[in-house]
Design a protein around this ligand. Sequence first.
Ligand SMILES: Cc1cc2nc3c(=O)[nH]c(=O)nc-3n(C[C@H](O)[C@H](O)[C@H](O)COP(=O)(O)O)c2cc1C
Length: 339
Amino acid sequence: MTARQRLDQLWSRGRDYLGTDLAIMGGAMTWVSDRNLVAAISNAGGFGVIASGAMPPDLLRAEIQATQALTEKPFGVNLITLHPQLDQLIQVCLEEKVGHIVLAGGLPPGGAIKAARDGGAKVMCFAPALVIARKLVRSGADAIVIEGSEAGGHIGPVSTSVLAQEILPEIRDVPVFVAGGIGRGEAILSYLEMGAAGVQLGTRFVCATECRAHPKFKQAFIRGSAREAIASVALDSRFPVIPVRALQNEGTKRFMEKQREVIARFDAGELDQKQAQLEIEHYWAGALRRAVIDGDVENGSLMAGQSVGMVTREQPVADILADLLAQAEAALQARGQAA
Ligand SMILES: Cc1cc2nc3c(=O)[nH]c(=O)nc-3n(C[C@H](O)[C@H](O)[C@H](O)COP(=O)(O)O)c2cc1C
């Protein structure tokens, strides 16, 4: 058996679920995963996912149609469950015949999974723990993504390697995709061997030639090392902060100062709890756009996973996927499992 045949056996469930050659998803990245990157990933045999972020329904419809004009291959749409127009966004996906809807950013509200499935879409959900994975499957999710804390962007507290050990042996009814910290094909192979149906990578695709990100944003990724991609922390447990993994810059330093200043004003009675919390949360408003689109890499948010250290140059998506495949195949050959 060739290495590719063995790999195809290992990820056959993921390929069938996604309808692709490779069970590699390009994780949705707000402002980054637009029509160009998504179509490039799908055209190269992977599975692109549009990041809808805070888009209103009409913009999402336009993005889906523009992506369909660039690829006939399957792709998905990532919706943030907290979006106030979630129901309308699901309807847009269904009307535009999107095959896979990925519900991200917290537990989906009751009815969302059912509405998407009744409309004919497949529904993938993020599970940060085994009990939640089980609950989501019971609610109708037909695939699960587990994303560890190595990932870029908003993260949970548990690492990919531990989540994989806790969840992969237990959730067998639906395909499970592993995300967070994957930068090379050897890691893809090992998660498949542990029972994953496929994988999802975000950081590794940011420096794709087809990616719209500003050259300065890409340059920061090419220069950045794993230890510089750090999770944000709350200074005071009274004011929780959802951890976001990003490359350190002026913006992340000033975020600590901002928290200190707001907490001092709260303690002095100048702000109430709600005002203080809002002021802390508001600090990052628009910051990802400033970095990705405007190239303000000093003050904007450079969301990046620890795998950023393995991003060393700009490359076409097809080359990134070919590298990952070659690494997985070489690992199989080295184990004597394939010719
Ligand atoms: C810049 C950036 C933006 C992201 N935005 C989103 C998002 O809008 N929705 C989402 O579900 N995940 C988002 N993610 C997470 C990715 O989809 C993916 O799961 C993650 O990057 C995988 O880990 P990796 O970065 O280690 O490959 C984002 C990640 C990055 C780096």
